[in-house]
Ligand binder design. Structure first.
Ligand SMILES: C[S@@+](CC[C@H](N)C(=O)[O-])C[C@H]1O[C@@H](n2cnc3c(N)ncnc32)[C@H](O)[C@@H]1O
Length: 331
């Protein structure tokens, strides 16, 4: 990996633009995403995975009109997202909710964005996911810790959208650890019986190598000791303030793409998505308009400093197994 290296021919990078840096599998471009998107070929990207700036970051975000402005802003990218995606491609948007300024009620902007992407930009909602971050601080303080009339908001919505109704996906690539109950069931076998609900479970359980994860993903922002943070510290570079944990893009990249597929993050920030794609053997493109974030992103591509990413230990582990009694072989 070196700065200003030209990515391999296999990477359909924006024509006429020189990458800020490139690796064997990917390239990061400094610039306005909409402009860079226009230069990509049709149907060339398998997965767009991104965390856009939230409505909160829009300075004039006071009430509905400005939240409506956010939806309009995002919709400006949607036709290009659709055009560059393959027919079996996916768009995954990580979007945090917001409070109505000065009031203990929630903004609807992220739901409005979802509706607009489906109704006006012709995307399908393949499935909604929720990222639970146990490390989130209680806020806003006024409603949560002072007046104590709301609870901690600790989930982000992840809208998994697709160009067609059947995007490429394989949940066998993101299996999680079985619960202790399921391990016991697999060991002892299950005797069919009538459940309290009246159902008779006759299904034979077999070991499929892990449990199918739920649509709640549990990842703390725990990269404090990672190579990106330590190199930022060494060089005095301020880390990107809104990074997502690498487990998050890793989950969707494994779930929704094959090896060598192309993953694009059009609001790349510190390029966590690019690092996840590189490690997973996928090609990647990152677009970011702030040079300082791409400078730090270079630190991510140092395999010598890579800790392994184990999704099985993170996804869904704090969620109780569904109907634990179903798997209870003692009865
Ligand atoms: C929430 S951050 C992404 C953080 C990223 N997921 C990470 O883990 O580091 C959103 C990024 O989008 C960038 N951005 C916003 N509008 C953009 C645009 N039109 N073109 C390119 N980048 C943009 C911002 O500079 C910011 O770094």
């Amino acid at each position: 990996m070196s700065k200003r290296k030209t990515p391999g021919d296999a990477l359909p990078g924006p024509s006429g633009h020189v990458p800020f840096f490139a690796t064997e599998r990917g390239a990061a471009y400094l610039g306005e995403s909409r402009e860079l998107l226009r230069t990509l070929p049709d149907s060339s990207v398998n997965l767009i995975l991104t965390s856009p700036p939230y409505a909160l970051h829009f300075k004039k975000e006071y009430g509905n009109a400005d939240q409506g402005e956010y939806v309009k802003w995002f919709l400006g990218f949607a036709p290009e997202f659709r055009r560059v995606l393959t027919d079996d491609g996916s768009l995954v948007v990580d979007i945090g909710g917001a409070w109505t300024p000065g009031k203990p009620t929630r903004s609807l902007y992220h739901f409005e964005l979802l509706l607009a992407l489906c109704r006006e930009a012709a995307f399908h909602l393949a499935q909604e996911f929720f990222w639970y971050n146990p490390a989130k601080l209680p806020s806003p303080a006024e409603w949560v810790t002072v007046r104590k009339i709301r609870v901690k908001d600790a989930v982000n919505c992840l809208w998994w959208l697709s160009k067609t109704e059947y995007p490429k996906a394989d949940n066998r690539r993101v299996l999680t650890d079985y619960s202790p109950d399921m391990h016991r069931l697999l060991k002892r076998g299950y005797r069919p019986k009538v459940r309290p609900s009246g159902h008779i479970i006759t299904h034979k359980f077999s070991d499929n190598g892990g449990a199918i994860p739920p649509n709640i993903l549990i990842f703390g922002n725990n990269d404090a000791n990672g190579v990106y943070m330590s190199r930022c510290k060494e060089t005095g570079l301020r880390p990107h303030p809104a990074r997502f944990p690498i487990q998050l893009p890793t989950f969707f990249i494994r779930y929704l793409t094959d090896e060598n597929d192309l993953v694009l993050d059009p609001f790349a920030g510190s390029n966590t998505t690019g690092e996840a794609a590189e490690r997973a053997g996928r090609r990647w493109l990152a677009f970011e308009r702030e040079q300082k974030y791409l400078v730090g992103s270079v630190f991510r591509f140092d395999p010598a400093g890579w800790e392994p990413i184990d999704l099985a230990q993170h996804a869904g582990t704090a969620v109780p197994a569904p109907e634990p009694s179903l798997f209870d072989s003692r009865g």
